[in-house]
Every structure is written in structure tokens, then in C-alpha cells.
Design a protein around this ligand. Structure first.
Ligand SMILES: [Zn+2]
Length: 481
């Protein structure tokens, strides 16, 4: 063993001893138990299912509802399905002419005795159920991202049902807070096409770019549909949240607006402006995120421009928080030089409050990790999502770099419906593949509340108090086992 390796080992032992010494007795004893079941996966699942996990901060609503729910609703409303490519259409759809024979109502398929076969295919198209990499037509990456448009027609009629499903599932696995990327305000504002190239050309001179953005911002906010779109969206979210009684003594949900990063740039800026204005006014909507594949050609081309959009809008709407998908990229997916700057730009230009995924961190500038640690900018870790979509082996996930640098971690699911996972499973995978002590895992659960964007006074504190009590009860139960 080389001298520096011996020194590193010595430091690790010292660190472990120090940690051990500071741990309350109950935590130390639970850790002994947890170590004793490290190789016993069913016992680990039982442990983490029962362990309070705080919140889930990287959570897409549409990707978190299980496909069975979409299928049930499509059957209930008798949707149309395309016999070949399984595209779904709402009941009001009227196929005509030559294409009529390509379409069937789900009730037609039932009469024909083909409903079970079609149902199985739909569940597989909408999730990774029975997906076998290499044997499937599409790569995991494309299979995953194609699932969303294919269930879109029914997903929007499942907003209420989906929220209740997500809440009940969270409570059943001891998760008491969810911050979900829910919807985007609907609006009719379409900027002139020439604006797109003006913005793209403007990136060379940021002062001029901000002037262009300022003019565009004035135009958008003066549009007659601007105010009504924001008001209607916020009223819709609040009514749904209150009618369904989503918040109660044991559970809290908050929402992020999101925009699609693959649209033309002036449209992305328009959507962001409306998303920010909505979040600024409605306490239930706590942030604005940017979604769709980061490696998509338009997302790659406009990435830096999008970060400047955030920079600009954060000054106009200072109370709105931002978690940004950044660095959801892997070697081979994009050119190597593209792996070196997305997280850095999200942190330094867009001033992101949290980073989603952040898996290209090994290639980013050296100063970034200490900067994130010093500013307390957490990274949202999505182990199974990164393994499935990007092919990052669980034990090679770069969370180790963040952890060593002292960057706060939160553990999240991303799209537990499409990926057919749960927060429990994320903790099992984390523990199986990375050496965490129980006290650190407990810290992760607290991080998922501490780094939430909850804005109203007193709520975060109440959830943290409940979490403390839940952990006392949990530890008593484990040690009494
Ligand atoms: Zn995501």
C-alpha cells in the first residue's frame, strides 16, 4: 500500500471513530443492527420501508403515477388506442377516412377479446415493466422519455386521482413531504419566430442579451392573456389541493411549475416568465424547474441561454426558488467537452438553489464542489433513474464526490411510476452500494425537509418536529425487535 493510501485509510478510521463517538447511543445500536442485515435484502427492505424518510424533493408528478392508474382511467372513459403504435386519444377523438380502421375504442378491444393483450402492451409502453435492455426496440433512455407522450392524453384527466395516489403511497412508506413537478400554466402566448434567433445570437454579449430579455419580458407581461393565465393556473392548483385535502397533520405537498427545455428559446423564456409569475404569487407553488432530456439537441444548444433566462427572471421574481435538472449526462451520451460545464452554469449563472441529478460532476470545474458545499446547495440523487436512463452503475454513482466534499445530499425517486420504484427502494440501493452509517441516512431524511422550498412560516419546523418524533419511535421499534 502506498503511503498516501495508508494516510487516507488512517483519516477514514479517525473520521469513523469521531462519528461513532458523537452518535447518540440509540443511533449507534441501530447502526449495529443495520450492519448485521447488510447482505439480507428482504430485511433491508423491511427496515427502509419503516424508516421515516422525510421528503421526496425530485419528483415528477406524471412520471410518479403508476401506469395501472392511467390504464384504469383510460378504460373508465373508454379512450381510443391506435392498434399499431398504441397512441392514446381521448373519447372525443373521431378518426376518419382511411385511418378509421387503425383505431379502436378500448371497449371495442374488449369485445374482440384483445383487451388483455393490449393492456399488457400499454403498461409496458408507459413504464419499464418487463423491459429488458438489449432485447427491446428502444434504448432505456428513449423508452423512458417516450413513455411520457404516450400516456399524456390520459394523464391530464388523472390529476386529482394521481395526487391522492402519490400521497397515500408516500404515507405508506413513511414519507411525509413531497415537492412535485406538477404542471405548467397553460397560456396562448407565442412569441414571434424571429425572436428565437435574436436570443441565440445574443448570447455572445450578455449585457445586450439582458436588454433583449427585458424588452421581451415587458411584451409578455403586457399581453392580455398573461394575467388571466397566471390567475387561472394558481386557482386551479389551489382548488385541487384544498378540495382533495392533500395537506393534513401527517402529510404536506408543495408544487413546482416546470417548462420544457426542448422548445424554441423565446417560447421557453415565455413559459418561464409565466411559471415564475405564478410561483411568486401562490405559496403552494414553490419553484420553477426545467425538464425534458438534457441531451436533446435543442436543450444542448440552448443550455447556457436557458441559464441566463433563469438569471434574469430570478432578479424579477426574487422569492421564487429553483431546482434545476443539470448534468443529467453521461460519457457517450454527449461529446466529452459537454460533460464539463452544465452544473457549474446552473449554480453560477442560474443561481440554482438545488441541483437535480448532477451526475457529470467528475468532469466539472474543481472549484464547483467546494462552492456548493460552502453555499449549502444540495444535490438531488436519483440512483435508479440514473442507472436505467444513463446506464450509470449504482456503485459508480458520483454521489461519493459530493459526499466527500460536504455537499448536502437528498435522496429522491425522479419518476417512480415509469421506473416502477419507490423511495424505500432508493434507500435500499443506496445502502447496498455505498457505505453509509445509520446516522448519515437519518441525516438524509432530515435534509429532504430542511432543503425543501416550503415558503409559509412554521410548516417546515412542524414537519421537522414530527420527523424527530417518528425517528424516536422507529429506533425504539428497531431496538425492541
Ligand atoms: Zn427529473
Amino acid at each position: 500500500m502506498k503511503p498516501h493510501a495508508i494516510f487516507l485509510l488512517f483519516c477514514c478510521v479517525l473520521f469513523a471513530l469521531a462519528l461513532n463517538g458523537q452518535e447518540p447511543d440509540a443511533e449507534r445500536r441501530v447502526n449495529v443492527y443495520l450492519e448485521s442485515i447488510r447482505e439480507d435484502v428482504p430485511a433491508l427492505r423491511r427496515f427502509f420501508h419503516r424508516m421515516p424518510k422525510g421528503g421526496d424533493l425530485h419528483h415528477h408528478f406524471h412520471g410518479s403515477v403508476y401506469a395501472e392508474t392511467f390504464l384504469r382511467e383510460a378504460l373508465r372513459h373508454d379512450f381510443w388506442v391506435h392498434r399499431a403504435d398504441l397512441t392514446l386519444q381521448a373519447p372525443g377523438f373521431r378518426p376518419s377516412g382511411k385511418t378509421r380502421r387503425d383505431w379502436a375504442r378500448l371497449s371495442d378491444l374488449r369485445r374482440e377479446g384483445r383487451l388483455d393483450a393490449y393492456s399488457a402492451r400499454l403498461l409496458q409502453q408507459w413504464s419499464n415493466l418487463y423491459y429488458v435492455p438489449g432485447r427491446a426496440e428502444l434504448s432505456p433512455h428513449d423508452h423512458f422519455f417516450n413513455a411520457f407522450p404516450s400516456f399524456d392524453a390520459v394523464a391530464d384527466s388523472c390529476l386529482g386521482i394521481g395526487l391522492v395516489e402519490i400521497k397515500n403511497r408516500a404515507l405508506s412508506e413513511n414519507v411525509t413531504y413531497i415537492e412535485t413537478m406538477f404542471t405548467m400554466p397553460q397560456h396562448p402566448i407565442v412569441p414571434e419566430t424571429r425572436r428565437h434567433e435574436v436570443l441565440r445570437a445574443g448570447i455572445a454579449d450578455t449585457a445586450a442579451l439582458f436588454q433583449t430579455l427585458s424588452a421581451l419580458f415587458t411584451e409578455i407581461t403586457a399581453h392580455p392573456a398573461f394575467r388571466s393565465s397566471v390567475t387561472a393556473h394558481n386557482a386551479f392548483v389551489r382548488k385541487l389541493h384544498e378540495t382533495l385535502e392533500i395537506d393534513d397533520d401527517r402529510f404536506t405537498m408543495r408544487y413546482q411549475n416546470y417548462v420544457l427545455r426542448v422548445k424554441p428559446p423565446a417560447q421557453v423564456f415565455t413559459d418561464l416568465t409565466i411559471g415564475f409569475a405564478s410561483a411568486q404569487e401562490e405559496p403552494l407553488i414553490v419553484g420553477v424547474n426545467i425538464v425534458a432530456p438534457e441531451d436533446h439537441p435543442i436543450a444542448m444548444q440552448d443550455y447556457r441561454l436557458h441559464m441566463y433566462f433563469y438569471h434574469f427572471l430570478r432578479q424579477r421574481f426574487p422569492s421564487v426558488k429553483c431546482a434545476l435538472h443539470a448534468g443529467e449526462l453521461a460519457p457517450g451520451l454527449v461529446a466529452p467537452e459537454e460533460l464539463t460545464w452544465h452544473i457549474d452554469a446552473a449554480v453560477r449563472i442560474a443561481r440554482a438553489d438545488r441541483i437535480g441529478h448532477g451526475v457529470d460532476i467528475p468532469y466539472e470545474p474543481d472549484a464547483l464542489l467546494p462552492h456548493m458545499a460552502q453555499r449549502g446547495i444540495p444535490v438531488e440523487i436519483n440512483l435508479s433513474s440514473n442507472a436505467f436512463i444513463l446506464g450509470i452503475p449504482l456503485q459508480e454513482h458520483p454521489l461519493s464526490l459530493y459526499r466527500r466534499a460536504g455537499v448536502p445530499l437528498v435522496i429522491s425517486t425522479d419518476d417512480a411510476g415509469v421506473l416502477r420504484g419507490s423511495l424505500t427502494e432508493e434507500y435500499v440501493l443506496l445502502y447496498r452500494n455505498h457505505a453509509f452509517r445509520y446516522s448519515e441516512l437519518k441525516q438524509l431524511a432530515f435534509n429532504a425537509i430542511r432543503y425543501s422550498f416550503i415558503a409559509e412560516p412554521g410548516i417546515r419546523e412542524r414537519i421537522l418536529e414530527n420527523l424527530k418524533t417518528d425517528f424516536i419511535l422507529f429506533e425504539q421499534a428497531v431496538l425492541g425487535d
